[in-house]
Design a protein around this ligand. Sequence first.
Ligand code: FE2
Length: 322
Amino acid sequence: MTNMSVSAQAGHLDIDAERFRRLFDREPMEFSHNLSGLELFKIESLRALAKIMDEHPGDYSVTSGAASGGTNFFSVPMMPYKAHEAIENLDGGAFRILLKRPENHDPRFKALMLDLYEQVKRLLGLDGEKLVRLEGAILITSAATITPFHYDPEVGIFSHIEGEKIYHVYSPGVIRETELERFSICGPVALAPVELDGRDPDREHVFRLTAGKGFHQPQNAPHWVETGSSRSISYTFVFETEAMRAVARTRLDAEGSAEKQRAFPHPTEAAGIEGRRRLEWRYRSLHGRLGTSGCFLTRFQFDWDLRRLAWRYALPGVDTQV
Ligand SMILES: [Fe+2]
């Protein structure tokens, strides 16, 4: 493949910079993009990609649709189809095809993802951040198919390519601290199934995504998704910086006390907050509970993250030696 054909796939995200910086990783936010026009996302290209992925079963999944948004995520069966077979059968059932990490199978997707990430980085001013994870995914879904409620432990930049997708996404603050600790603190997690019942309807955002529309999904923002009356194609990439990972492990309910909310600074905020007291408060609060959990590895990881945060924000008086 020539460099020319790689760079010819120029993707552009049209995001309001000021709003993005204000809402980033706090609230879902809509934007526009041009990815729907790229050759890469035409169904013929995706068929070819799916055939390559057939040989890499760890990099795709084919799952049935759910009965409702509140269905338990892992009760929905996997389907015994290869990726390209599922694309051929989209009209014959309710299929959800996830092509993971296409950038590892076609350099054009890698070039696209790196370029889009650079755009996001520039918009947010994240130049000094150390990137610890960057991954893409393509979602191809039958008409009228539901993905049940869950949250993902990473920031997402989601672009809709074809068809219609109705995305019901809540602010990350609706995730209770007990849920966060259950799914995040006692080990790494790829996806966290949670219950839809009882979530505050005022914290729900509903995005009706058509070709050229997208939205930013904060880390741990729970969501359920339904497709419209035709085939749906979306592309998303997720990323984590070192500071974002540390903050996520300690994120609190946004409805909590003001002191709790200020316990950690937001990654895009300037350093220099009066952070030491808050950091210590949070440390004592969590460390006390972790100390009785018997989860040694977790406690060690938490201590390490805390020190990294203290170091990053140059908070005086916190021992930053790991
Ligand atoms: Fe998700």
